[in-house]
Design a binder for this molecule. Structure first.
Ligand code: SF4
Length: 339
């Protein structure tokens, strides 16, 4: 029987950056579950905390940043479903053992993350050798299979990064991320700065990770159109918290949260009448001083008196969708804010 528990359960994750002016609370209480074999999207404006969240679970946060609290339970062992790892608690060496093998990363600007003085095949060999040392022939076969899966010829392994186009380098990074067939791949803005044709090829490659390899993918992008194309479920983040979480159909066809609605209405539709796009008034607040009450209240056209004084709870709707907004909370007095 398949294990129905989530592959990754993030609970109350808080990631802060200390400064002389105080703590920047970039991620401030996030709960998310990622299931096996799904593509989970993280969306929101720049600075909402989505990249910091994934860097946190990958343990890539450097001082003065730190994980202040929270857990990230990872269950990559289908043969031992009871076993889980709290990524937050792993030390450097334990993290190194699971990186690439169970959990891999396609970083922002990954095209520039390749070593410029090593041939592609040698860089990929290094990844395999650390975890599964074996004969060079077997390693070459794995590398050829990974390159083929992203639509690149085996012969490309003999080239240096500067001999490849941006799209090819991006696909090499994706091939490296899947070399050891990890259970979870985290892709942070993998299509940013690519032209639309290459973007399409990269999206198809990421969908392949799920379809052919059975991997789950956490896909981070500020581009809602890309989410609509690729993901199964998604979370909309704002000011370090999740405002709405649901399937991609729920989010795009019937957004509930005032912030999600404005985000969706701010992107042009390909069909339908030509009409003026709505923008969200004002600027996203600073993580040094989030507004009291609901963090979206200074920009929210639906705000009620409770919004400026009381922090909204996350409410689960009957469809399983989650919304962090007073308007959905039956226990809140919208005029006063007291629960
Ligand atoms: Fe708008 Fe209030 Fe809901 Fe926040 S809690 S999104 S301010 S209505």
């Amino acid at each position: 029987m398949t294990d129905a528990r989530p592959l990754l359960t993030i609970e109350d994750m808080r990631i802060h950056y200390d400064s002389v002016r105080g703590a920047y609370k970039v991620v401030d209480g996030v709960d998310i579950e990622v299931h096996r074999n799904e593509i989970f999207g993280l969306a929101g404006e720049s600075g909402c905390g989505k990249s910091t969240l994934v860097e946190g679970i990958l343990r890539l946060i450097e001082p003065p940043g730190h994980i202040r609290s929270g857990t990230a339970l990872f269950r990559p062992f289908p043969e031992d479903p009871e076993r889980s790892l709290d990524l937050v608690q792993l030390d450097y060496h334990e993290m190194r053992e699971i990186r690439w093998k169970h959990l891999s990363y396609i970083p922002q600007g990954s095209m520039n993350s390749l070593n410029p003085v090593m041939r592609i095949r040698d860089q990929m060999t290094d990844v395999v050798m650390h975890h599964e040392p074996g004969g060079q022939n077997e390693i070459n076969r794995n590398i050829a299979a990974a390159l083929e899966m992203v639509g690149l010829p085996e012969s490309l392994g003999t080239l240096y990064p500067h001999e490849l186009s941006g799209g090819m380098k991006q696909r090499v990074c994706i091939a490296m991320s899947m070399l050891l067939q990890p259970a979870l791949v985290v892709a942070d803005e993998p299509t940013t700065a690519l032209d639309v044709n290459v973007q399409r090829a990269v999206l198809e490659t990421i969908a392949h990770l799920r379809d052919q390899m059975g991997a789950a993918v956490v896909f981070v992008s500020h581009d809602l159109a890309v989410h609509a194309e690729l993901v199964d479920r998604m979370a909309i983040m704002y000011a370090g918290v999740v405002m709405e979480l649901g399937t991609v159909y729920e989010i795009f066809d019937n957004p509930q949260h005032p912030y999600t609605k404005r985000l969706i209405h701010s992107i042009p539709a390909l069909g339908g009448p030509r009409e003026r796009l709505e923008s969200i008034p004002g600027m996203a607040p600073s993580p040094l001083a989030w507004p009291e009450g609901c963090r979206f209240h200074p920009r929210c056209p639906d705000a009620v008196p409770a919004c400026s004084s009381t922090t909204p709870r996350t409410i689960e709707l009957d469809t399983g969708r989650k919304v962090t907004c007073h308007l959905f909370d039956p226990d809140i007095d919208l005029e006063q804010g007291s629960a």
